[in-house]
Design a protein around this ligand. Structure first.
Ligand code: DQA
Length: 148
């Protein structure tokens, strides 16, 4: 089983960027820990981060043919990108949306994402732990739907 871990714009700056909101862990650290946790579950993780909308869409198109699920933190594009939403739908893959911060406690423009209702579920506010919660939930979701 393979999942795409897709992180959107500015998440390459995790650790340095507003650590009081997003925490001190770097994206490299999060990806390494999550890949190790995934391996223990028998899941291969493909980690992609981009600051460019089209690259994120291309990664979803590729996942459509060779992944079983998507863990996505769309970052700022989650609030604005119809194209990213469309690409996520086009994958026809189960997705878990993650946000490090609790969107409901932030500015009103962050309260809604265009991707949340096309994901299986959204986890936000638990910092980097949210990725691990998403990995567990998505793995269980996919396995539960597999024919025995
Ligand atoms: C974020 C929340 C978004 O509103 C913001 O634009 C980000 C990060 C989060 O993980 O909390 O870049 O997705």
């Amino acid at each position: 089983m393979r999942f795409l871990l897709l992180n959107g714009p500015n998440l390459d700056l995790l650790g340095a960027r507003e650590p009081e909101i997003y925490g001190s862990a770097t994206l490299a650290h999060i990806e390494a820990e999550l890949s190790a946790a995934a391996a223990e579950l028998g899941v291969e993780l493909r980690c992609v981060q981009s600051n460019h909308e089209g690259d994120l869409i291309d990664a979803l198109h590729r996942a459509r043919t060779d992944c079983d699920g998507v863990i996505i933190n769309p970052a700022g594009y989650g609030h604005t990108s119809v194209a990213l939403r469309d690409a996520l739908i086009a994958t026809d893959l189960p997705a878990a949306e993650v946000h490090l911060s609790n969107l409901a406690r932030r500015e009103s423009f962050r309260h809604h994402t265009l991707t949340a209702d096309v994901a299986i579920g959204q986890i936000c506010g638990f910092g980097a732990d949210g990725y691990h919660l998403a990995l567990t939930a998505l793995t269980r979701h996919v396995r539960a739907r597999r024919t025995p």
